[in-house]
Design a protein around this ligand. Structure first.
Ligand code: ZN
Length: 589
């Protein structure tokens, strides 16, 4: 007994010898705070839980009534006082980041409840489709078990939509139109995919257990009632808002005050919104200047004997020509596959980063159910299915007509494809993810900072070109400038739409995107719509990029002769998907 105690004492001494008893007890307190916080978070937000692969509350819906709001208030007060009781200074750096992420989350929730009040003006946030389809398509349990969850969830749907209608005050027009459109899709899914799955289960039934014909009958009745509830919600939005000629919608522009605040909660930047906006305007001028010079350099080759225009038409004319360098429609996926090893070799030979040879990136065709959003994406296992594979999804373009495919491949020409691969895969999103997983943290995974994640991918595009990827070919640089101009103008657009000073109109927005950023009309129109439905999100890419770029300059200065690019990258990535602001404080300490 005594020997055992001694052994345990020695053992724990070895474990904690790096910290003082006070630090150790702070860490223990924080550890249990985090565990309880995450459990309570999922109980309060079952839909969010499903989105990250936690199915503990799969049969629930958040019904926004007094009881729910009371629970939410308790959650916020409770964790505020628990967090305040912890001395963050006693925590190791990575834990300090978790602490600040929770802190920022709690503050943003209070702000959203009291100031921003999204739930009272965005009717599109009320929709059961996401949760239903996650359970229906989830591979976490057999169909019978998943349908049992849905059976219980469906019973709550009428109450869910009734409570949502009650909470709604004055909505904005774009969010109302979106709510009607998306909830129509929900009816289609309940009546289609859900009934189909139920029929599959009914046919395979052996006759015992839950799945009797009676159960299936009740299930179908619940689907009927759920559909009626969605129809009623859509009907209310149409009758009260979209049909009357004199409906007075809320302005979708959130105004400067809310914008500055949301910018801080979402991006967590050490710059203010206005400063980032000003940097974007400067960057746009720089890029235009550079594009004019490069297209002058390329003019004779692509437009021999033609007079060179003195304005941005020159850039457009050269871009049109170099976009002809593209792959055949059938070899898109293959072309991307072949580029990945080239990128890996370049990164390793130039000592930009250490890549883990045990984690090769698997390129695959995007699974059918995920297609339709973007040409390429990374599928990473969520925080609850670690051990799953990471894939680089590339969507084939078989379904496109020849004309559509030609237009698509003009956009994703051979130059753009290389930049896309840098951004999505190596050393962009995929590499960042591998580094983040070296010190897994559920808090960093669920409260991850988009500005850092997108900023890193955008940063690597330029860094790779500057290090000589593509041999400084002017065509690649020109195409890169067009690509980069997109994140720059996204920032300008978002800021000018939402801030009173500008109140950008649709025409002004389309002019900026089409005539100053060389975008096609369809892309520009889609961007306008996205900017009326979201706020700040469009600035995250450029914000993170600017922060990383400037942090590198500061770090370089601090290191002097010892500056090493690889060391900068690896140190930066070692903090996981955390706000650049927090990483900066720890790196420059
Ligand atoms: Zn990205």
């Amino acid at each position: 007994m005594r020997i055992r105690t001694l052994f345990l004492l020695l053992f724990s001494f070895v474990l904690i010898s790096a910290c003082t008893p006070r630090e150790e007890s702070t860490q223990e307190d924080f550890e249990s705070l985090k565990t309880a916080f995450i459990d309570d978070l999922w109980e309060l937000n079952p839909g969010w839980a499903l989105a990250v692969g936690n199915y503990d509350y799969a049969d629930r819906l958040t019904i926004n009534n007094d009881e729910h709001r009371e629970k939410r208030n308790q959650f916020l007060t409770n964790y505020r006082s628990k967090l305040d009781a912890i001395n963050a200074g006693n925590l190791p750096p990575l834990e300090q980041i978790d602490y600040r992420l929770i802190d920022n989350y709690l503050q943003s929730q209070v702000w959203n409840r009291d100031e921003f009040r999204l739930e009272s003006w965005d009717p599109s946030r009320y929709n059961v489709a996401g949760s239903v389809s996650r359970i229906l398509n989830g591979r976490y349990a057999p169909l019978e078990e998943r349908l049992s969850s849905l059976f219980r969830m469906l019973e709550l749907v009428p109450e869910y939509y009734a409570a949502s209608a009650d909470v709604l005050g004055t909505p904005t027009r774009p969010h109302t139109e979106l709510a009607v459109e998306q909830n129509r899709g929900t009816i289609g899914m309940l009546d289609g995919a859900l009934r189909d799955s139920l029929a599959v289960l009914g046919n395979s039934d052996s006759g015992d257990g839950d799945v009797g014909q009676e159960w299936i009958g009740t299930f179908n009745e619940r689907i009927d009632r759920a559909i009626a509830a969605v129809e009623e919600y859509i009907g209310m939005l149409n009758e009260n808002w979209l049909e009357p000629d004199d409906a007075r919608f809320r302005d979708f522009r959130i105004g400067s005050d809310l914008y500055q605040q949301k910018f801080q909660f979402d991006n967590v930047s050490w710059y203010g919104a206005e400063e980032v906006y000003r940097q974007a305007v400067r960057r746009k001028e720089e890029l235009h200047q550079e594009m004019m010079e490069r297209s002058a350099e390329l003019w004779e080759e692509y437009h021999p004997d033609r007079e060179m225009p003195g304005d941005l038409t020159r850039v457009q004319m050269v871009l049109d020509e170099i976009a002809r360098n593209r792959v055949h429609r059938d070899s898109l996926v293959q072309a991307i596959k072949e580029q990945i090893p080239e990128l890996e070799t370049f990164v390793m030979e130039n000592e930009l980063l250490t890549l883990d040879p045990d984690k090769p990136l698997v390129v695959r065709e995007t699974p059918e159910y995920m297609r339709g959003f973007s040409i390429a994406s990374i599928s990473a296992p969520g925080p609850y299915d670690s051990g799953g594979d990471t894939y680089y999804n590339v969507s084939p373009i078989d379904h496109m007509s020849d004309e559509e495919a030609a237009s698509f491949l003009r956009e994703y020409n051979n130059y753009t494809l290389q930049i896309l691969n840098i951004h999505e895969a190596i050393p962009g999103h995929y590499t960042q993810l591998v580094y983040a997983n070296k010190s897994p943290s559920i808090i960093k995974s669920i409260l991850r900072n988009t500005a850092m994640i997108e900023g890193w991918a955008v940063y690597t595009e330029q860094m790779m070109l500057e290090e000589g990827y593509g041999d400084f070919k002017p065509e690649l640089w020109l195409m890169y400038a067009k690509w980069h101009l997109r994140v720059v103008t996204n920032t300008i657009l978002d800021y000018r739409i939402h801030n009173e000073e500008y109140r950008y109109s649709r025409e002004e927005a389309l002019d900026l995107l089409m005539n100053r950023a060389f975008q096609e009309r369809a892309e520009a129109e889609g961007k306008w719509r996205r900017a009326t439905l979201s706020q700040v999100q469009l600035t995250s890419y450029f914000t993170g990029y600017t922060e990383i770029w400037n942090l590198r300059e500061e770090w370089k200065e601090q290191k002097g002769d010892d500056y090493d690019l690889r060391e900068f990258h690896e140190t930066f990535l070692s903090y996981g998907s955390s706000p650049v602001k927090y990483i900066r404080e720890l790196m420059l300490e």
